[in-house]
Design a protein. Sequence first.
Lengths: 151, 174
Amino acid sequence: MMRREFVTRRGWLTEREFLDIYAIAQVSPGAIPVTLAVLIGRRLAGTAGFWVCLIAETVPGFLVLMLIAVLSMDPHMSMLRSALKGCAAAAVGMMLGNALELTWPYRTKAVDLVIMVAVGVAVLVLHASLAVMFLIFIPASIFAQRLVKSK
Amino acid sequence: MIYWQLVAVFAVLSVLGFGGGNAIVPQMYADVVTHHHWITSVEFSRFYGLSRLAPGPAMTVSALIGYTVAGFSGAVVAAVAMFLPAAMFVYALAHVWDRFHDHPGRKIFARAMIPIVLGLSWVGAVVLGRGALDGPATIAIALIAAGVMLRTKINTALVVAVAGVAGIFLFHGT
């Protein structure tokens, strides 16, 4: 959707610039839409563009959330809490759907499946912290991919 | 001080948030529910559900947690701690990107991250499910949402909003 807006409709970026920005977002931490926004801002208007896009991408959502949060903590708003229960259940389903959809292309790749299960065990059973997880699994995953390729 | 604790938790999550945000859900849960006891597991799931109405899931949830812990200023501190470090990282990376552009390590890293991020997403769904699914009705909503997500291209915020309305009919007054 962002590609359509910036590349096709407004012509602010070339296709190649957008792909480059997308490649950076893929190897960076942070929500992809926010990362894309700040990088597009930086490309178009330097440091000022970076800040403008960071604020524009995060503040409106923040304010809407705050409003709902304030309302839902009001004891008279039990209706809103019922609604949140529905939202929470839907969010679980969407996370499952998302995980399934993204895992599907790798369903026949044993190496990826083993790493996924190992990650699950490490976090759920061994309560490994995220930092430790990355320290162990990034090298392990790189090594495993190399091994498969060299065969 | 509580603000520093918020910064410590969310700034670390921020720079570790590879793969778009879902991957940090398990660690966020461990920090704010298991370790600091700032919110319950039910609240965690509901906040997450609420955050899906806005862009950047798992990210905006930090503002709701900050709000519960320390009011509006807590929300601002938590949100800044969640978004700013990652954005600075990206800014710095973009500066040196030309050197990495054709570096083979880039593709190797991105490829190696895929199964790790996916594994963490599955764990995230389990963690959220613990607080959100408490009976047939919630499980049904989750399954329907998963099906809609897989079969259609409907905006995710809309799915959450519809589930919210369903929640009012199903759970209000019970």
